[in-house]
Design a protein around this ligand. Structure first.
Ligand code: BGC
Length: 252
């Protein structure tokens, strides 16, 4: 396997920081995924130390792609809805690169990364048409994909629906918090999808995040008049998309 057929991706989440070596031709992991609990407080510097630890543990020397649950423009984090407020304004490329002893890094929004990975390695439905890709986890992440091309940094999880941000009542965390069963939670997701559908008229929704593992328990309950397709890469998508970003946006 040639060296540049491999990449390294790290996905930063509310509870865990996960990394793996990725075969960029197939989207599969090479070796085991390494997961470390997200440090608290999850400041950029503390998280960057954990990223460096994961990279060392995997014995990776090369560019590193990293996802953050934040709007990222020109490698600066602009929002911090579910992460420490100190991320706002942080030059994430500099913070991660310093912790990684000068390695090249590419940083992007977590849902954007996952959406791009689904385009590359997931269901055909993610690749064509006007697709709204959504992740359900601590928050609700979104990626707009037009024939596989990303319109970055959409933040549909924060859209006000019936007076509340969508992710406050329809994320997977809201389901846990309120101990909702799948049918109760699916009704909330359905409400959100109806609203998104009315405003954006996508050809399909692709739904990911940890809860997509149990898609058969809630996707069939949705009544929205647009195909809803479970993400094929499930929990792998963020890491794979991060590794792809490192390949596409930084020098080897
Ligand atoms: C953040 C998004 C992120 C999503 C999923 C939201 O709260 O604002 O940037 O993609 O959570 O993690």
């Amino acid at each position: 396997m040639t060296e540049n057929a491999l990449g390294f991706g790290v996905d930063i989440g509310g509870s865990g920081v996960k990394g793996a070596v990725v075969d960029l031709r197939t989207g599969d992991f090479v070796g085991e995924q390494v997961t470390v609990a997200t440090p608290q407080p999850a400041t950029p510097e503390a998280v960057a130390e954990v990223v460096a630890q994961i990279v060392r543990q995997c014995e990776w020397a090369g560019p590193v792609g990293i996802t953050v649950p934040s709007v990222i423009t020109q490698q600066v984090a602009l929002t911090a809805a579910n992460i420490d407020p100190s991320w706002v304004g942080a030059n994430v490329r500099e913070v991660f690169s310093a912790a990684l002893q000068g390695s090249n890094v590419a940083v992007l929004n977590d849902a954007d990364a996952a959406g791009l990975a689904e385009v590359a390695f997931g269901d055909e439905a993610a690749r064509s048409g006007a697709v709204v890709f959504l992740t359900f986890g601590t928050g609700i992440g979104s990626a707009f994909l037009m024939d596989g091309t990303l319109f970055p940094n959409t933040e549909l999880g924060h859209m006000l629906i019936d007076g509340a941000e969508a992710e406050q009542f329809a994320s997977s965390a809201a389901r846990d918090r309120e101990a909702l069963n799948y049918s109760q939670w699916a009704q909330r997701v359905d409400r959100v999808l109806h609203e998104f559908s009315k405003l954006f008229n996508p050809t399909a929704f692709v739904v990911g995040g940890g809860i997509s593992q149990n898609a058969d328990q809630w996707v069939p309950l949705l009544t929205v008049d647009v195909p809803v397709v479970p993400a094929a890469l499930r929990n792998r998508a963020g890491i794979v998309g991060a590794a792809m970003a490192a390949r596409d946006h930084v020098a080897p």
